[in-house]
Design a protein around this ligand. Structure first.
Ligand code: NOJ
Length: 559
């Protein structure tokens, strides 16, 4: 094993730091813009390290900041071992790592192994090369079907809509081979059976680890291994979910795990070992396979991003994921919002069963959003999540209680979902609008220039400067919760107090810690003890006893 020591500024080595961490996701292009071009940058993240430290998170996960033509918000990477010049330089990145470590925060970077950008030098070489060449063998090129090759090689669909195959055309206009892209055409899929591809990603993992990065978030981890046996067979329709026997030709194949065993060997070259978390949208039973200690160590559990605000749903998700995490030796993960889903105050403010895409596509007009209910529920759900054993992943702006921006004008939308679905679905821009820092500077303190996505006037009510000194603000709630969470996270225990089926979800942790959420709408009895924190005001009953109102979470220390 090669001994790679960590740069001097790294905080003391605790190989288990990730198990109970609160990780704050930064979408760099929408966080803070220091050079006035309307795009957030690396120096902007560095400038806000004191804010993140005061918030009380343990780690910062950076969504892609690599050179990119932004065909998919940076998830189209043109060079895995550099910083997008629009966002800064490697020196800026080193300064960010140093500042974060100085503040005791870890840095996690996003790694995008399923596909490159079409601007990546490999794809450019593949375009210039002949069918059957080594340059094309890094990607998935195939001849088309039918006498003239005009039919795509399979029925596979892109996640953003339309066929997953695009046909190339020679400069003289003659059509030739097709290439696979499970996402946008500007994101050609790599062929992970090619040893050169595998080796190159090891180089990338070492490149960032050597710069002091503490961990990796692995994009589309479940997509790297594909069954390319001819004839290419149909994939499972997404709506029905993936089979749990790993038989889909495109996703969650058993062979993918050998790739991550190789990555683990690289992570273990470092002290402390680098960590990783898999983005794997697979059946619940199979998520933990990616989280095995011999592989990535942790995997996202996205179930709360899809759940209604409902006691039974939450309880089932919590129980099953804790059990599965324990089986794999990982700790569980919890996510309410990220850059791919509608922000949770908006989800909870829409009638149950509303399709969030429909709401966004109506410019936020239909059905009507009940903001009061949405925010009340969101605060209750967040406080519950932060009481759970495992890692909590929070998304920039979530700590402010931001809603989705649902009325971005069509001509300013950036998400490829908009064009690929022929303007049927607007996509994910509404949660990626640059966040508001204050109410007096241009762009709410994001930067001096017009931001790359328009900010609505109502952002003023949610600015950091407004919320930071308001005791009842969502920011104050998150700060208080994260300060207390460090105590509760000293163990991985959880004991249920409430019965299954109750509208109240009540569990205890060690040292008399209790978290109680009333998912119902009428007040519930408040267990005895000292109230440490509540997501909303408590009520008093006629006999003078304190009650837990509906849609509220309280943390209590039993007397
Ligand atoms: C998952 C990322 O979270 C999403 O934003 C991206 O569009 C796809 N992977 C493709 O990289």
């Amino acid at each position: 094993m090669t001994d790679r020591t960590t740069p001097a500024a790294t905080p003391p080595a605790d190989p288990n730091w990730w198990r109970q961490a609160t990780v704050y996701q930064v979408y760099p292009r929408s966080f803070a813009d220091t050079d006035g071009d309307g795009l957030g940058d690396i120096a902007g993240v560095t400038s806000r390290i004191p804010y993140l430290k005061a918030l009380g998170v343990d780690a910062v996960w950076l969504s892609p900041f690599y050179p990119s033509e932004l065909a998919d918000g940076g998830y189209d990477v043109a060079d895995y071992r550099d910083v997008d010049p629009k966002l800064g330089t490697l020196e800026h990145f080193d300064a960010l790592v140093a500042a974060a470590h100085q503040a005791g925060l870890k840095i996690i970077v996003d790694i995008v192994p399923n596909h490159t950008s079409d601007q990546h030098v490999w794809f450019q070489q593949a375009l210039a090369a002949e069918p059957g060449s080594a340059a094309r063998a890094r990607y998935i090129f195939r001849d088309g079907l039918g006498a003239d090759g005009a039919t795509p090689p399979s029925t596979w669909q892109s996640n953003f809509g339309g066929s997953a195959w695009t046909r190339l055309t020679r400069p003289d206009g003659t059509p030739e081979q097709w290439y696979l892209h499970l996402f946008a055409p500007e994101q050609p899929d790599l062929d992970w059976d090619n040893p050169e591809v595998r080796a190159d990603f090891h180089t990338t993992l070492r490149f960032w680890s050597d710069r002091g990065v503490d961990g990796f978030r692995v994009d589309v981890a479940h997509g790297l291994a594909k069954d390319l046996t001819e004839p290419l067979r149909d994939a499972n329709p997404k709506d029905f979910g993936l089979p749990i026997d790993g038989s889909d030709p495109l996703y969650d194949r058993d062979e993918v795990h050998t790739i991550f065993e190789g990555w683990r060997d690289v992570f273990n070259e470092y002290d402390p070992p680098r960590t990783a978390v898999a983005e794997a949208w697979v059946a619940r039973e199979r998520v933990s396979l990616y989280a095995r200690p011999t592989e990535l160590g942790q995997a996202f559990n996205f179930e709360l991003t899809r759940a209604e605000f409902d006691a039974t749903e939450f309880r089932t998700i919590i129980e099953s994921n804790l059990e599965l995490a324990a089986q794999s030796g990982a700790s569980s993960t919890w996510v309410l919002s990220n850059h791919d889903v509608i922000r949770h105050p908006t989800r909870y403010g829409l009638p149950a069963t509303t399709d969030g895409d429909d709401f966004v596509s109506s410019q936020g007009t239909s059905p009507a959003l009940d903001e009061v209910t949405g925010l009340r529920r969101a605060r209750a759900a967040s406080l519950l999540m932060l009481a759970l054993p495992g890692s909590a992943y929070i998304y920039q702006g979530e700590e402010l209680g931001l809603f989705e921006v649902a009325d971005i004008p069509d001509d300013q939308l950036q998400d490829p979902v908009w064009t690929r679905t022929l303007h049927e679905r607007k996509g994910r821009d509404g949660c990626r609008v640059p966040i508001p820092w204050d109410t007096t500077s241009p762009a709410f303190g994001f930067g001096t220039h017009e931001p790359h996505l328009p900010q609505p006037a109502w952002f003023a009510d949610f600015a950091v400067s407004v919320e930071q000194d308001a005791p009842d603000s969502t920011l104050s709630l998150y700060r208080a919760a994260l300060a207390l969470r460090h105590d509760v996270q000293s163990g991985e225990d959880l004991h249920w107090v409430s019965e299954v089926g109750s509208p109240v979800v009540h569990f205890s942790r060690h040292d008399g810690w209790h978290s109680v959420t009333n998912f119902g709408t009428s007040p519930a009895a408040l267990p005895s003890g000292t109230v440490l924190l509540a997501s909303g005001p408590l009520e008093t009953s006629v006999d003078g006893s304190a009650m837990l109102p509906g849609e509220t979470t309280v943390w209590i220390r039993a007397d």
